[in-house]
Design a binder for this molecule. Structure first.
Ligand code: NAD
Ligand code: MG
Length: 396
């Protein structure tokens, strides 16, 4: 029986992780849960999974949560705020922490979990992208494992089982192409939030769905792959694969290529991140290649989607630049979701922030440098978006 703590339990990754725990009660047990502010769902989860400790990030929701679970016996320890989330992440005898929080908000809890000796089932890619220079040495120091739950990185990790050190030559990340893959470039300026939220293959949280539409998600995954597998950026490629059946591939030194295939279902990478190195038998729909039909591939269009190259450039710059890229993206996506900027403003705002950070890029950042770069980039994007707002108003 593996004891796990789940951060971001009310989100897309969180609820799918709990589906797995519910399906395999003899294999997994929940120690801790955290959520942002959805206390109705969190209370149901507490009732079903009986965690020892729970935190809600929004402190104003604590009372509501207390009332919603007043009749439960025994009561879990209830905490609130960012410090509460950190406390849950490092608590008790959980062996693994699933990071289903969205954004750089996952950084401090992930670090706390590592320092408490817990393995990390990593869905929250933003943490590694911003914090790679800090997180990776801590993983070494505390001797914990980082098990990728992002579908592409899980695919690579699965393909790598049994490959000797030095055998890997290239990583090929597949990308669905997102909501606008079949839309001509000249139509992108007018797309709405509702259009961008319609992902063709995956049902996910809002932020990552927008990241998929801009293809920044793939750019972020390039940096994630660099930190997870130690590959140079020259050896990480992207290919568009609209069917999302091949979840990624690796090329070995002798040019042999290995791929991992499956229906687009996040439960599979999540299960493997929890069961590794074991394989658990499931009754999930098995892949039928004939039903899957044609598998096609095309080159990524960098003119239509500049975010991928922004990410490669930030990754190559290293230091605190990926943290700036990530935070600028988080802020720009939030503004787009609030309908304060347009879709094509997202890459422009990110590029501006990264350009400005070039002279200040901190080569080997510590945690404080990363947090400062993150805060700075959000403020920059906010300030620059105001100017955009003024321009849009004056044109009208
Ligand atoms: P989501 O928006 O559906 O869920 C996010 C969860 O985090 C919620 O429980 C929310 O309450 C909580 N949360 C949000 N802000 C918080 C904060 N500041 N502090 C504490 N908790 C907070 O997001 P998601 O789609 O589940 O994605 C989660 C992470 O997993 C992201 O980093 C994403 O890139 C990654 N990921 C998701 C998928 C997917 O299929 N959804 C696939 C690959 C990777
Ligand atoms: Mg992915």
């Amino acid at each position: 029986m593996k004891a796990i703590t789940l951060l971001g339990s009310t989100g897309s990754i969180g609820t799918q992780t709990l589906d797995i725990v519910a399906q395999y009660p003899d294999k997994f047990r929940i120690v801790g849960l955290t959520a942002g502010r959805n206390v109705t769902l969190l209370a149901q989860q507490i009732r079903q999974f009986r965690p020892e400790i729970v935190a809600v990030c929004d402190e104003d929701k604590l009372l509501e949560l207390k009332e919603a679970i007043a009749d439960i016996d025994p009561q879990p320890i209830l905490l609130a705020g960012e410090s509460g989330v950190v406390e849950v992440a490092q608590y008790g005898d959980a062996q693994a922490v699933v990071t289903g929080i969205v954004g750089c908000a996952g950084l401090l809890p992930t670090i706390a979990a590592i320092k408490a000796g817990k393995d990390i089932a990593l869905a929250n890619k933003e943490t590694l992208i911003a914090g790679g220079p800090v997180v990776n040495p801590l993983i070494e120091k505390y001797g914990v494992k980082i098990l990728p739950a992002d579908s592409e990185h899980s695919a690579i990790f699965q393909c790598l089982q049994g490959v000797m050190v030095g055998g890997l030559r290239r990583i090929i990340l597949t990308a669905s192409g997102g909501s606008f893959r079949d839309l001509p470039i000249d139509k992108l300026a007018a797309v709405t939030v509702a259009d961008a939220l319609k992902h063709p293959n995956w049902s996910m949280g809002q932020k990552i769905t927008i990241d998929s539409a801009t293809l920044m998600n793939k750019g972020l995954e390039v940096i994630e792959a660099h930190y997870l597998f130690g590959m140079d950026y020259d050896d990480i490629d992207i290919v568009i694969h609209p069917q999302s059946i091949i979840h990624s591939l690796i090329e070995l030194q002798d040019t042999s290529v290995l791929a991992q295939l499956g229906w687009p279902d996040m439960r599979l990478p999540l299960l493997y991140a929890l069961s590794w190195p074991e394989r658990i038998h499931t009754d999930w729909e098995r892949l039928d290649l004939v039903k899957a039909g044609d598998l096609t591939f095309r080159e990524p269009d960098h003119e239509k989607y500049p975010c991928m190259q922004l990410a490669y450039a930030a990754g190559r710059a290293g230091g605190s630049m990926p943290a700036v890229l990530n935070a600028a993206n988080e802020q720009a996506v939030a503004l787009f979701l609030e309908e304060k900027i347009q879709f094509l403003d997202i890459p422009k705002l990110i590029e501006k922030a990264c350009d400005k950070h070039q002279t200040d890029n901190c080569e080997s950042p510590g945690l404080d440098d990363i947090l400062a770069a993150d805060r700075w980039a959000r403020q920059e994007v906010l300030a620059d978006s105001m100017e955009l707002g003024d321009r849009i108003l004056s044109v009208r």
